[in-house]
Ligand binder design. Structure first.
Ligand code: AMP
Length: 304
């Protein structure tokens, strides 16, 4: 089954303490769509300007990412620039130029409306809602968000949450939205705000998953070299949504546990290079190998 992915498509400038690159492909939907495409066909929704490289459309086509829902508008593509400190965890947004994003209103092609799985990657909650309103009863809806929307669009976010099957957010956002210091309390409290499941990402410390009476915790892959953490969260969300869409039948908590591992695997590859470069060359064999490593790492009763 396909997964519909809506979010930002951007040209990013990223600076780490050792490297700086500009005009890289970025945006929440770019990362999420490519990650999801390893597991299921993708229908992408977004907007780009006239400066956006044509080659990306050809790349999406080659990867079974349908770009009929990507609007091409005259003007400049959304631009974001960020700088990381030495821990490669703390990030400062240096500039944002909304450009064609400013008047973006996602309109779904007819062929997208019946898609069963949806990932509302990080964009304003009012736009995420606008996409859902055009859909014909999807089976599973995952959504990502960020501190900006918790601070500036709380009403819209609160209205969206009861419609969500899985909300994905990072630890600082979970604390911010609930005003709780404990992530366990925060996860449970966010569930009471509406989403059926909540995934809290803890960066290099792994992730937590909360269901009605279920809980799951996983570690992160022990990487030695991180080059660019940008998009790790979007990649995590994309792989989860793609994995779930690629299976048959109802989504159970056991499927979500596996999806969290695939999300962690893809995110660990994403940060190995700038922009989407590592994801572009990644193979399913490499994904499966790392998945197996995760399995071994999480066993604590070993025989022999
Ligand atoms: P992440 O590292 O997962 O937080 O995602 C980074 C991506 O989010 C970058 O490629 C940016 O282009 C994109 N981004 C940054 N700010 C926003 C925003 N306000 N809305 C949508 N996407 C954004």
């Amino acid at each position: 089954m396909s997964v519909l992915v809506v979010g930002s498509i951007a040209l990013d400038t990223v600076k780490t303490p050792v490297e700086e690159h500009s005009d890289l492909l970025g945006g929440s939907a770019s990362y999420a769509a490519l990650a999801a495409s390893f597991f299921s066909p993708v229908k992408l929704v977004g907007v780009v300007g006239s400066d956006f490289p044509e080659s990306e459309f050809a790349f999406w086509k080659a990867r079974k990412i349908d770009s009929e829902g990507v609007q091409r508008v005259s003007g400049k593509t959304f631009r974001w620039s960020g700088e990381y400190s030495w821990d490669l965890n703390t990030r400062r947004t240096q500039s944002i130029a909304l450009n064609v994003f400013e008047h973006f209103k996602p309109e779904l092609p007819d062929s997208y409306r019946k898609t069963d799985f949806v990932l509302l990657a990080n964009i304003a909650p009012s736009l995420q809602t606008h996409v859902l309103d055009q859909m014909d009863r999807p089976r599973f809806i995952a959504a990502d968000t960020m501190d900006l929307w918790i601070e500036t669009a709380r009403k819209d976010l609160d209205a969206l949450l009861p419609r969500i099957d899985l909300l994905i957010l990072n630890d600082s956002e979970a604390r911010e939205i609930t005003k709780e210091t404990s992530l366990i309390k925060a996860g449970r409290q966010i569930r009471r705000m509406g989403p059926r499941h909540v995934a809290i990402k803890k960066g290099e410390h792994g992730a937590l998953l909360f269901g009605e009476d279920e809980f799951f915790s996983c570690g992160a892959y022990p990487l030695e070299d991180i080059h660019d953490p940008t998009g790790a969260g979007d990649t995590f969300a994309g792989a989860i949504a793609g994995y779930l869409a690629g299976r048959v039948g109802t989504v159970h908590f056991t499927d979500l546990r596996k999806a969290m591992i695939y999300g962690s695997v893809l995110a660990s590859f994403c940060v190995e290079a700038f922009s989407l470069e590592r994801l572009r060359t990644l193979s399913m064999d490499e994904i499966n190998q790392r998945y197996e490593t995760f399995k071994l790492m999480s066993q604590f009763e070993v025989t022999g």
